[in-house]
Design a binder for this molecule. Structure first.
Ligand SMILES: Nc1ncnc2c1ncn2[C@@H]1O[C@H](COP(=O)(O)OP(=O)(O)OP(=O)(O)O)[C@@H](O)[C@H]1O
Ligand SMILES: [Mg+2]
Length: 282
């Protein structure tokens, strides 16, 4: 069975989509892993889809060709006025084959689109649709990474239901720990509602690390205190601040293949992928 990891934080802009894409590259590209990875874009802002495909390809292959997306998954039973009863969704039809590497490893994508926001207006009985789709496609994958939006909604519940682990990126700056109690509340509420032990928090990882003392040290201390309070693992390896991350998104490529990316940044990121692999058993 594929390891299913959702990237969450109720705070925006902490690097959820960036890390989802870059972790997918690490596990697919590096020969020590050479994994088959499926990434699921659960954000109506579809950043992950664009980071992976690039804005142009996303436009031509997904939007213009009306490629089915995660929105299709959530609306598969919706009866549009004037139409016949909806046909049964073929689970494989929502999977876009994004990247293929020698040795058979790959990155596939269930893309998102803006209209996913419409699903939030009428969320009744939709939260388990993603979790119910995954068993019919997961045989083809070793790892499934799910990128969540920063606000609590039907989509967060759908991600919890579909995943085994949560990875929580955090920025080491003022108010950085603010999303963590919200996440803890949201998880506790989910667990009591569904009587489920899963997903478990694999860990909290610092992103945008620059070791800028003393402010950064202060907020790292605050995050560390919150983590030990909730019994959450705090990653030993942080992800460095680097302009190569936005650049890799623009180029639609792995950090290690991004123009002028530094060896030190790439190596530090691999250490984070290594640490996560150890935690979840990749
Ligand atoms: N380590 C890093 N160093 C420098 N820039 C980074 C780093 N990680 C992410 N970024 C940049 O920060 C911005 C926000 O990242 P990203 O979109 O991944 O965050 P997010 O948590 O998914 O945001 P949202 O909550 O809006 O979905 C992007 O421009 C991204 O390129
Ligand atoms: Mg995002």
């Amino acid at each position: 069975m594929a390891k299913k990891i959702a990237l969450v934080n109720m705070k925006g802009g902490v690097g959820k989509s960036t890390l989802t894409a870059q972790l997918a590259y690490e596990y697919a590209i590096l020969s020590k892993w050479s994994k088959k990875v499926l990434v699921i874009d659960l954000d109506p802002q579809f950043n992950l889809s664009q980071y992976l495909l690039g804005a142009q390809l996303y436009d031509s292959e997904i939007l213009k060709k009306d490629f089915p997306t995660v929105w299709t998954v959530f609306e598969q039973h919706t009866h549009m006025p004037g139409s016949h009863a909806p046909a049964q969704l073929d689970p494989h039809s929502v999977v876009y084959h994004a990247k293929k590497y020698s040795g058979g490893s790959l990155i596939d994508l269930i893309p998102s689109r803006l209209e996913l926001a419409f699903s939030l207006r009428n969320p009744a009985q939709k939260e388990d649709l993603l979790a119910r789709l995954i068993p019919s496609i997961e045989d083809g994958y070793d790892i499934i990474l799910i990128d969540c939006p920063p606000t609590e909604s039907l989509l967060t519940t759908a991600a919890y239901l579909a995943s085994d682990y949560l990875l929580v990126p955090v920025k080491p700056e003022y108010l950085s720990s603010i999303g963590l109690p919200l996440l803890n509340n949201s998880l506790n509420e989910f667990r009591s509602r569904y009587g489920s032990k899963k997903p478990v928090v694999a860990g909290v990882v610092f992103n945008f690390d620059s070791d800028y003392a003393p402010e950064e040290r202060k907020s790292k201390g605050e995050v560390s205190a919150v983590c030990s309070n909730f019994g959450w693992y705090l990653f030993k390896n942080p992800i460095p601040y680097s302009k190569s991350f936005p650049k890799s998104a623009r180029e639609g490529s792995a950090l290690r293949w991004t123009t002028h990316s530094r060896y030190e940044t790439v190596t530090k990121f691999t250490k984070v992928a290594d640490e996560l692999a150890g935690l979840v058993g990749i």
